[in-house]
Each structure stands twice: as C-alpha cells, then as structure tokens.
Design a protein. Sequence first.
Length: 203
Amino acid sequence: MIERFTGGFVQTNSYLISTPDGAQLLIDAPEGVAKWLAGKGIRPAAVLLTHQHYDHVQGAAELSALGIPIHAWVPYSPALTLEQMVRGWGLPVTVEPYTITNLLEGTERLEIAGLEIELLHVPGHSTDSVAFHLRSQGEVFGGDTLFAGGIGRTDLPGGDHDQLITAIQTKLLPLAAETRVFPGHGPATTIGAERAGNPYLEG
C-alpha cells in the first residue's frame, strides 16, 4: 500500500510504503511530514531521500531526531539543499541540519524490512538524484526526474539538461511499460505513458 503526503509551499510529494515485514518506509521528507506521521501513529523503519533539495528534506531533521535512519546518495550539505539561494529569492526557507545514516552512492540494491529496492542514479536535476525501483511491485519513486508529461528543472546548481535526458532514457524508460512512476510533484504516471507522450523525451 502507498499513501501520499504533500507538504510545503511548492507542494512536494512524500510516499509512505508498506513493506512485506509489516513496516513502513518513507520516500522524501517535505515540510509537515513528521506531524502527519505522528497523527497516524506511524514510525517509519527508514527514510529514503530521492535528492536533497530543500523542499524534499525540510522534515528530515525532525525524523532524524527520532532515531529514524535516513538514506541518501551523499552526505547532507547546505550546497545540496539550496536553502541559501532560495532565501536570496525572498522565500523564508530554513533547513535544519540532519544526519544521513546510510550513504547510497555506489550501491545498486537495498533490502529494508523485507522490501527489495533497486537504486538508479539519475543525475541532471540534482547531482545526487536517485530513483528507487520496487521491481516486485512495479513502482519507481523518481523524485524530480520524470513527471507526468514533464521532467525536472535543470537550471538550478548541479543541474544539467543533457545529463537528465540521458539518465531518464537509459535508467527509467527501459523499465516495464506498466511501471507506475511516483514523482516528487504532481500526479503519478507510468513509464509507458511517458515513453509515448512526454514531449521532453521525443526524438
């Protein structure tokens, strides 16, 4: 089962996934997610970050303080969260420092609470972007890489349009057409739908 929480002023998605062992995993930690989880009486077994831009990690420190392990491609860095740049735009963004318990860089597979997860490094939106592919369930959680009819923006520090297109074409589009894609913003889609109709991936 998958439950979605959307938080923060840019409406960032977080996903709570039930595992075969009866636990839950959380994908991304936007603002307000800790309160949402507390209201449900749920303590996830782990948090998996698709990348560390501010809107995906504003709830990470609260979860880390509870002793919940946080997995990410690389260590926490203010340069990755972009908070200083965003404050320069006049937006009141604060990211409390948090600890990455488990670094994923160079890792191809994880098993947490009975759930097998394939890791797909998909840079281009951010250098640390990683998609979590649950092959057995036909699901991929890609953060801000592939959207319904769109792709992640590449004009932020660490962004690279050509790199993102290549990552999507080589890592995500080869997945089974029926694979459901759960993005960092907006509605879910499928690999087949994006192969057939995503205007950014034509040609």
